[in-house]
Design a protein around this ligand. Sequence first.
Ligand code: SAM
Ligand code: SF4
Length: 478
Amino acid sequence: MIFTPEKCRVPDQRMKPFIDPDEIWDIINTTKSDHESVLAVIAKSLSKQRLTLKETAILINSTDPELIEEIKEGARELKKRVYGNRIVLFAPLYVGNKCTNNCKYCGFRASNKEAVRKTLSDEELIHEVEALEDNGQKRLILVYGEHPEYSADYIAHTVRTVYSVKKGPGEIRRVNINAAPLEIEGFRKVKESGIGTYQIFQETYHPEAYKNYHLGGQKRNFEYRLTALDRAQEAGIDDVGVGVLFGLYDWRYEVLGLIRHTNHLEACYHVGPHTISFPRIQNASKLDLGSDYTVSDEEFARLVAILRLAVPYTGMILTARENPALRHEVIQFGVSQIDGGTKLELGSYADSVNEEQDLNKEQFQINDNRSLNEIIEELLENEYLPSFCTACYRLGRTGEHFMEFSVPGFIKRFCSPNAMLTLAEYLEDYAPQKTKKKGWEVIEKNLEDLEKKTDPKHVNDLRLRLLRIQSGERDLYF
Ligand code: SAM
Ligand code: SF4
């Protein structure tokens, strides 16, 4: 095993709440952080071992600007070692915004009478997917409010519909979902529809704070949400994503909450979350939180770097909630996935009359409105390798296997080549001339780098596949 999960506090913690606020605060309040201990923790992380809560608290409690720089540098280095220069791209697709919950931070909350409610019809859903395919997207996350209409059967139906849409060379090869927690039976149905990751954010791991923000509906139940991923695992969904909505409570506590959740999943199911998300509160229709736990840009960059070091093998998702400059800065501290060409209004990929956001029709404000191609251009300029790869999930390399495979040899053999193959498809099918030229230069540079690090026969095989893509073949992967 690569991981050293902390031991369960009781022999079997499955389905049991695992957050103890006193324990987390006690760790924060009693853990000392000095030069030596911070450097030792960074070194442990660079040897690709996951950190304990206490070790993570050493990083959290470090306030010396020089040490904060060390933490960021460590995160940068770890990202290079574990992920290389790949950045995976996706887009969110809102399917329905009816909601019976009352989350104070969300424009879709039931009490917001100004919210314009909509559920895409099958035809509208198909049009959205066609528009996304026309942009070059291959990976989507479908998003739903919590409402009796959005049952497990309905969610499974929408996932199948999305997979069925093929337009020109376009197809969606991975559909992830972000939806309300289900019972085990419901999760089974959703799994059968072929989802990639099931993502659900706890929002805040502090039960008292949680109560203050969740004023009505099923989501009021902290523990039911907390144990959602246990039920998903019991239903056979081993590819899951966790997250915190930063700005609801003290960020230091929330970072440890995320690590505790990771420990829990690893201890009980031998597989941690595939991804961690760290949305920050943005403006929303009639937003009035009644609290102030605002996370500054500086704290945000720091917490991303700390998360990277704490869970070296977990994917990290940074969304268009953040503005381009901040995204540019934070990506280097360990982000592995970003969205591009994002639109939140229901139906707006196919039918975008309005460039301005109308917050009564959207969940929250986004701050990066760039098209997918603009995002790709920026990534290429900065020597990143944009990827639309979906190979692992389609070959069944998920869950425990996925984690074992996320090692350098695996990345050289599979991830980097597949990133190049999927980028090549994008360049051939969707990119304007300028992006295409730059993109092929970046691929060539990556091939040369790979030649220095791995078996030349493998790189030759990759070169041949890239030629096949240039002559019209699609969906080639290792
Ligand atoms: N209804 C589903 C649920 O509550 O789990 C889907 C939620 S939505 C797509 C995904 C996430 O957006 C939420 O879990 C929350 O963390 C985040 N979110 C909600 N309101 C937000 C706001 N005002 N600013 C930024 N993120 C927000
Ligand atoms: Fe509904 Fe989700 Fe918004 Fe809460 S966050 S009001 S559950 S859509």
